[in-house]
Ligand binder design. Structure first.
Ligand code: DC
Length: 219
C-alpha cells in the first residue's frame, strides 16, 4: 500500500506520516529532507540557490547528510523551497522518491507532489492543511524548543510567519509540480486539532479508503 501525504509546511503532515508508517508497518520517506539536503549543499558549495545549474550540482550529496540536524532550520527550509522550483532538481530527485514509493510492500511518503507527480496512483492520498497562523505558531514553538536545547538560533514569530507566507507562495506558484491537492485526495485540516486527534483522523481516513477500495475490488 502506498500512502501519499502532501501539504504545506508545518501543517502536521510530517508527524502524521511517521505515525501512519508506524501504524501500518510501512517504511517512511520525508521527501522535504531531500530538498533540504540540496539547499544545504548549495549553500556550502558557495552556489546560488536560484541558479538552476548550481542547484543541480548540489543534488549529488552524501546520504549521511540527511541525518544532520542543521537541515531542519528555517533558513535551510527556505533554501530548499528555492532549489525546488528548478525542474532539473525535481528531475534529479524523482527516481529516488519513486523507487521508494514503489518498493514491494509499499511505503508512506510526505511532501508536496507525492499524490500528483511521484505516486499518482497511490492507494491513499491525504492533503494535510492548517491555517497560516496555526502553522506559524507551531513552527515558532518548535524552533524555540530547538534554540533552548542548543540546536538552533533564536527565532522571532513575525519572521517565521513571513517565511511561511513566502514559502507557501513559492511552493504553490512554481510551474513544475506546484503544491496542490491531487483531485482524489482526502483533505485533513488540522487547524483546531491536537496532534493526537489529527493522527486518529488520518488513520480513520486511510481505513475508510482501504475499505472503499476493498469493496470495489482490484482496479
Ligand atoms: O517539507 P519541508 O518543509 O521540509 O520541505 C522543504 C521545501 O522543499 C518545501 O518548501 C518545498 C520543497 N519540497 C518540494 O518541493 N517537494 C517535496 N516533495 C518536498 C519538499
Amino acid at each position: 500500500m502506498i500512502i501519499a501525504v502532501d501539504g504545506p509546511t508545518a501543517s502536521g503532515k510530517g508527524t502524521i506520516s511517521k505515525e501512519l508508517a508506524k501504524h501500518y508497518g510501512l517504511p517512511f520517506l520525508d521527501t522535504g529532507l531531500l530538498y533540504r539536503g540540496v539547499g544545504w549543499t548549495v549553500l556550502n558549495q558557495g552556489g546560488d540557490a536560484d541558479n538552476p545549474e548550481d542547484a543541480l550540482a548540489a543534488c549529488m550529496f552524501d546520504a549521511l547528510l540527511l541525518d544532520n540536524p542543521a537541515l531542519r532550520s528555517e533558513a535551510i527550509g527556505g533554501l530548499a523551497s528555492r532549489v525546488s522550483v528548478h525542474p532539473k532538481v525535481r528531475g534529479a530527485l524523482h527516481k529516488r522518491q519513486r523507487d521508494f514509493a514503489y518498493q514491494s510492500g509499499g511505503a508512506v511518503l510526505d511532501g508536496r507532489d507525492i499524490g500528483t507527480v511521484i505516486a499518482p496512483d497511490a492507494d491513499v492520498k491525504l492533503f494535510v492543511t492548517a491555517s497560516t497562523e496555526a502553522r506559524a505558531v507551531r513552527r515558532f514553538e518548535e524552533m524555540k524548543r530547538r534554540a533552548e536545547q542548543g540546536s538552533g538560533d533564536p527565532v522571532n514569530f513575525d519572521d517565521i510567519l513571513a517565511d511561511i507566507v513566502k514559502r507557501d507562495e513559492r511552493d504553490q506558484s512554481r510551474s513544475t509540480a506546484p503544491l496542490k491537492p491531487a483531485e482524489d485526495a482526502d483533505l485533513l485540516d488540522t487547524t483546531d486539532l491536537t496532534i493526537g486527534d489529527a493522527i486518529q483522523q488520518a488513520i480513520a481516513l486511510v481505513d475508510a479508503k482501504i475499505s472503499r477500495r476493498g469493496k470495489k475490488g482490484p482496479a
